[in-house]
Design a binder for this molecule. Structure first.
Ligand SMILES: Cc1ncc(C[n+]2csc(CCOP(=O)(O)OP(=O)(O)O)c2C)c(N)n1
Ligand SMILES: [Mg+2]
Length: 318
């Protein structure tokens, strides 16, 4: 079944926001305006945006280091993201976090530097929801490389044993830093590992925003009804390098070109146009509005002060 029109348009706008914002942040990193590097996700926007689509504001999200899809999807704004990357005093963390986005008010949980340590945190969040009967669902998003980390199995075991309201989401973008994943991962699919722990799983086209949304909606409703965890693997492709400054060259040009044909934003726009929901004029107006929002956020971040040195001992435990 198709998504309702407003939902589809909202998801589309969010994917476009992610793409334009990532491009802009990359320029700002390369121009040394932003004092950290970035990891982006050109071509995989439908996963983070689509997964957050059916979530509620209070649901927990453990996102990734790669790009802004799940953060925009969960409701963070370009200004909130940019002020963090700039390290400015106007950011939610008062310039403390950099790339490690966090907004507990809308369920965006901390991103650890050590990939894989979020598995345990996600189990903890989901267990707290179950004990409190809060009805909150936890989404744990990670890459196919991170699925090789040692907490992965125990997290599946506990989530299954305790029937936790937890959705494991593997964003299989086919690259782990500078290696194709089949150089470091023994199997084509990650999801069947969940079956060994009694966790139901689905393998889904991650470049089809409708399918991503619907698979997550099924998993979330199972979780809310006490049915326990689900494992979703979304197949997609990272059409950019690992980080800003990575010279690339290890991804075959033909492979990148083939995946460009399956671009999730183009597919969504074609779908909306075919359904008569979207015109060239709508596209133009939306691009202008999103670009203006991003430029206003860049200006705000640029003009914001850095935190004063005298505040360095604030917000830490003695
Ligand atoms: C424990 C640990 N090892 C290595 C790294 C360095 N690192 C950062 S991103 C990355 C690649 C992870 O690949 P994947 O899980 O497929 O996620 P993707 O970057 O493709 O989104 C690695 C190895 C890290 N942050 N933490
Ligand atoms: Mg990967």
């Amino acid at each position: 079944m198709a998504l309702d029109h407003d939902t589809l348009k909202d998801l589309y706008r969010k994917m476009v926001t992610v793409r334009l914002l990532e491009k802009r942040v990359e320029q700002l990193v390369m121009a040394a305006r932003i004092p950290c590097s970035g990891h982006f996700g050109l071509g995989q926007e439908a996963v983070g945006v689509g997964v957050c689509g059916p979530l509620r504001k209070e649901d927990y999200l453990f996102g990734t280091h790669r790009g802004f899809a799940e953060y925009i999807g969960k409701g963070m704004t370009p200004a909130e993201i940019l002020t963090e990357y700039y390290g400015k005093a106007t950011s939610l963390s008062r310039g403390r976090l950099g790339q490690h986005l966090l907004k507990p008010e809308i369920g965006v949980m901390p991103l650890p530097s050590s990939l894989g340590s979020e598995f345990g945190m996600a189990v903890g969040a989901a267990l707290s929801s179950k004990l409190r009967g809060s009805g909150r669902v936890t989404v744990n998003l990670f890459g196919e490389g991170t699925a090789g980390q040692s907490d992965f199995g125990p997290a599946l075991e506990m989530a299954s044993l305790w029937r936790l309201p937890l959705i494991f989401v593997c964003n299989n973008n086919q690259y782990v830093e500078l290696a194709h994943y089949r150089e470091v991962v023994a199997t084509e699919d990650i999801a069947p590992r969940a079956g060994a722990y009694g966790v139901p799983y689905e393998i889904v086209d991650g470049n089809d925003i409708t399918l991503v949304y619907q698979a997550t909606e099924r998993a979330a409703s199972r979780a809310r009804q006490g049915g326990g965890p689900t494992f979703l693997e979304f197949k997609t492709y990272r059409r950019c390098t690992h980080y800003t400054g990575d010279p690339g060259g290890y991804q075959p040009k033909e492979e990148i070109a083939a995946w460009a044909q399956k671009d999730p934003i183009d597919r969504c726009r074609r779908l909306m146009m075919a359904q008569g929901l979207w015109t060239a004029a709508d596209e133009q107006a939306m691009l202008e509005a999103v670009s203006a929002e991003i430029e206003a956020a860049v200006q705000f971040a640029e003009e914001s002060p850095y935190p004063d040195v005298s505040t360095i001992y604030e917000h830490i435990y003695a």
